[in-house]
Design a protein around this ligand. Structure first.
Ligand code: 6PG
Length: 275
């Protein structure tokens, strides 16, 4: 990873127009499990990821009649969600046949600004024309939130034939401590093998109570995308690439598809390139 941390000359820097530039082709990515896609700018990275979601949605609707998409919260995916709404190239996303799930939720009311669903609702749901019955927020304030969400997932996914009864596309983020979804370092929920949704309480996060998809559900997905941008995430990407720590220490290392694909979408900052 050392060779990645280098300062690039001004001549290498792309303009801000969002257009592809040749130097994007030269960016070397870290060695991570799965395919690693690196773009210099977040803008170009998001172009690719948005296009991939549209392609996967179209394929799944053609094949199964539905597309099951699970989205994460946090701040990183916000420009992607906005792009899905305003970019004419994304207009073909078949929202009418899409089921929208939430990877994890903070146990706060939906009108709390920390609610992941609030962000996804405001950026996507109200603009997309997706039928309301195909939107599946986590009722995180309910006593039985984990049981209810698991039952909802199992019921709808079971409408597909065996083997295809899984999420089609899971978008994950990564915290600078290596957490993903609401699976935090050293938390026993990382090792959950039976439940596909868990209620957890974590230390030092706000709010500490969360409802989260677990690794068995995430790893069974047809396609998993991990979107990581910004210099603050570079040290963690380097730790993952160096390969010595366990998934208990770095939960994102537990993301290993059982019968699907894993793609990392990284910008130059997350790879340690000087900006
Ligand atoms: C959440 C997430 C979480 C997130 C990471 C990265 O609810 O916070 O789903 O797993 O993806 O914490 O968050 P940022 O994108 O804000 O860095």
């Amino acid at each position: 990873m050392e060779q990645m941390i280098q300062t690039r000359s001004n001549a290498d820097k792309s303009d801000d127009s969002g257009s592809y530039s040749l130097e994007d082709l030269d960016l070397e990515g870290p060695s991570l499990p799965g395919e690693v896609i690196v773009k210099k700018s977040v803008e170009n990275l998001i172009d690719l990821l948005a296009a991939e979601i549209v392609v996967q949605a179209t394929l799944c609707v053609r094949k199964f009649g539905t597309f099951h998409l699970a989205l994460s919260g946090g701040s990183t995916p916000l420009p992607l969600y906005e792009r899905l709404m305003y970019d004419p190239n994304c207009r073909n996303l078949p929202w009418a046949h899409t089921h929208l799930w939430i990877v994890d939720e903070r146990c706060v009311p939906f009108d709390d600004e920390r609610s992941n669903f609030q962000m996804i609702n405001e950026t996507i749901v109200i603009h997309s024309g997706i039928p309301p019955e195909q939107v599946h927020p986590i009722a995180a304030m309910s006593q039985n939130a984990e049981v209810e969400y698991e039952a909802q997932l199992r019921e709808l996914l079971a409408q597909r034939e065996a083997g295809e009864d899984r999420l089609d596309f899971v978008l994950l983020g990564m915290g600078s401590d290596g957490h993903t979804a609401s699976l935090f370092p050293s938390h026993e929920a990382i090792n959950e093998r039976v439940k596909i949704v868990r209620a957890i309480e974590a230390d030092n996060v706000d709010p500490p109570q969360r409802i989260t998809m677990t690794l068995p559900l995430i790893n069974s997905a047809r396609e998993i995308a991990i979107l990581v941008t910004g210099e603050s995430k570079a040290p963690m990407i380097e730790r993952i690439a160096s390969g010595h720590e366990s998934m208990d220490e770095l939960p994102i290392k537990g993301v290993i598809p059982t019968n699907g694909s894993l793609k990392w979408y990284l910008d130059a900052g997350a790879c340690g390139y000087a900006q």
